[in-house]
Design a protein around this ligand. Structure first.
Ligand code: ADP
Length: 262
């Protein structure tokens, strides 16, 4: 609470009291703190790979290395760190572009099951070494609904991608899709490592990760779920997560049924 006060004069110019103004600044301060934390996080996330690129490049330039294998290895690290910065910038751009044109969704009719199959195919190509069973469980073979294709693709890549990343090789990922009278419900279930209770409430925050090192090693930026939440909420839907450590995680996405003419 911020308190401002000033002396109060009556019509004859004689000080006869004080005016107090009480202002609730908690909300404003919370926003300021969130903004500061965000900038600090972005700077830190960019600085770490940059420091690494710099030190490996300096060593190479200093001519401290003659062995071609070591040179190859150093260049591999530099390349990997540059990729990491590129992923972070890509995710940040997605968040900021979307912030800027919040209402700009391309709502059209598409087959949700086709989109899910496409996402699985893309993920199977990018996570080749992993060989989990990914199954779609739906009553119908096509499920036409109205949504922004590119944004929903990003949501599914992020959420199914997490299921792939945080589930071991022998694990199972099942995507349940059902049409309710007023909404389309997607449930992405995995039999992976799960998320501890204490972290669950904060998991949609930007940059929040249960295990930073593990997320980084798997190519994560800590922004995937915040992007997914922002896109789903822009559709008027919601996204929720339930999880039990060592048992698995379920992400539920609810999208309101919209007709094209709406
Ligand atoms: P990241 O890029 O780190 O994956 P996300 O925002 O997508 O960032 O997810 C935040 C964190 O939530 C992850 O770092 C991970 O700790 C946890 N998480 C998300 N999905 C799952 C899942 N299916 N199983 C276990 N942990 C998960």
């Amino acid at each position: 609470l911020r308190v401002n006060y000033a002396p109060f004069e009556n019509v004859r110019g004689i000080k006869s009291g004080f005016v107090f103004v009480l202002q609730d600044v908690t909300e404003q301060e919370k926003l300021d703190r969130m903004r500061r934390d965000f900038v600090a996080n972005v700077s830190h996330e960019l600085k770490t790979p940059l420091t690494s690129i710099k030190s490996y490049t300096e060593t190479l330039l200093d001519g401290g290395i003659d062995d071609p294998d070591t040179i190859q290895q150093f260049l591999g690290v530099i390349d990997g760190e540059a990729d990491r910065m590129a992923r972070l910038v890509r995710d940040l751009l997605q968040l900021s572009n979307f912030d800027a044109k919040m209402a700009n969704l391309h709502m059209e009719e598409h087959d949700m099951l086709h989109l899910i199959r496409q996402c699985i195919m893309k993920l199977e190509t990018s996570y080749k070494p992993k060989n989990q069973r990914i199954k779609i469980n739906a009553q119908e073979t096509t499920l036409v609904s109205v949504f922004d294709y590119d944004r929903m693709e990003q949501v599914l890549i992020n959420v199914i991608g997490n299921a792939v990343k945080y589930t071991p090789e022998e694990g199972k990922i099942t995507i349940f899709v059902s049409r309710m009278p007023k909404e389309l419900v997607l449930r992405i279930c995995d039999t992976g490592m799960g998320i501890p209770d204490k972290d669950l409430a904060r998991i949609f925050e930007r940059f929040y990760r249960v295990d930073k090192a593990r997320s980084r090693a798997l190519g994560g930026t800590g922004l995937g779920l915040s992007i997914a939440q922002q896109f789903v909420e822009a559709h008027g839907g919601n996204i929720a997560i339930e999880s039990t450590v060592d048992i698995g995680t379920t992400v539920t996405i609810r999208l309101p049924a919209v007709s094209v003419s709406a």
